[in-house]
Design a protein around this ligand. Sequence first.
Ligand code: SF4
Length: 323
Amino acid sequence: MIPLLDVRDLTVELATESGAVRPVNGVSFQVATGEAVGLVGESGSGKTMLGLGLLGLVPAGARRRGVARLASRNGGPPVDLVQLGDRALEAIRGREIGMVFQEPMTALNPVMRVGAQVTEALRVHEPGLGAGELQRRTLEALDRAAVPDPRLRSRQFPHQLSGGLRQRVMIAMALAAGPRLLIADEPTTALDVTVQQQIVELLARLQRESNLALLFISHDLAVVAQLAGRLLVMYAGRIVEQGPAREVMERPAHPYTEGLLRAVPQKGKKLVPIPGSVPQPDALPPGCPFEPRCPYRRAECSLAMPEERSAGPEHFARCILVR
Ligand code: SF4
């Protein structure tokens, strides 16, 4: 299988007053065409920076290292997103990789009608389209994202829409130019539970219908497990476990994943939060970054960062307990 996205050793390094920090540190994973991959971890684990790092949307002065190969549409050689300059990355964003953010109210332009914003996303990538075609494609994109009465809604401003509708408009914008990969960063977190479920179902449908690859980022393992076939678990800038979603959910190999699972509300089960919090990138403990919070820690855990070990077919974890 040739992956659509092949990420090797991706690092995002930021210069701070206390020295260089790496919110994303040597991350490797792949996403196949049409595959839904979930990226989970608590706030501050580096998930968002990983998504932004792939698209080059990192803070000024940040350095990206490693490789992130995106397969070509027409069988040509892949492009390395880490090596591309700003202009080339701009052409990739929206056209090849779409992105949906947590809070559409801050991502949408508040003084521009939502239809015009979808049209703009199309115009950037397909400047040759005439006004009539742009209008048709805009309404089509809103309709695909299940925005009811697209003609009416397209003339409204973001503040006139509910949170759920704003997120549907964001999804329409992100998919308007037909990208092959969608990065959805906490797309349901700001929504209430019923609307959350509708957005998850919408993304699952769009992914199936368009053979779209999806990188779904969330702190909520229960939400991610609904649509991801494979899970990446991130902690302190590292992928600490990855594998088939069902396998990871049923037989977690890393104590952090085990902790995340115990923290998921389940009927009849006591919810057990993980003690402590994710360390700041400039205050990582030596060795395994989860050591201060880990119920299984041993003296050797603080000696070195555990290597990735096999926990089963296509299933890996960075923990010394994995044999
Ligand atoms: S390496 Fe040690 S501290 Fe880290 S997760 Fe495994 S048992 Fe816990």
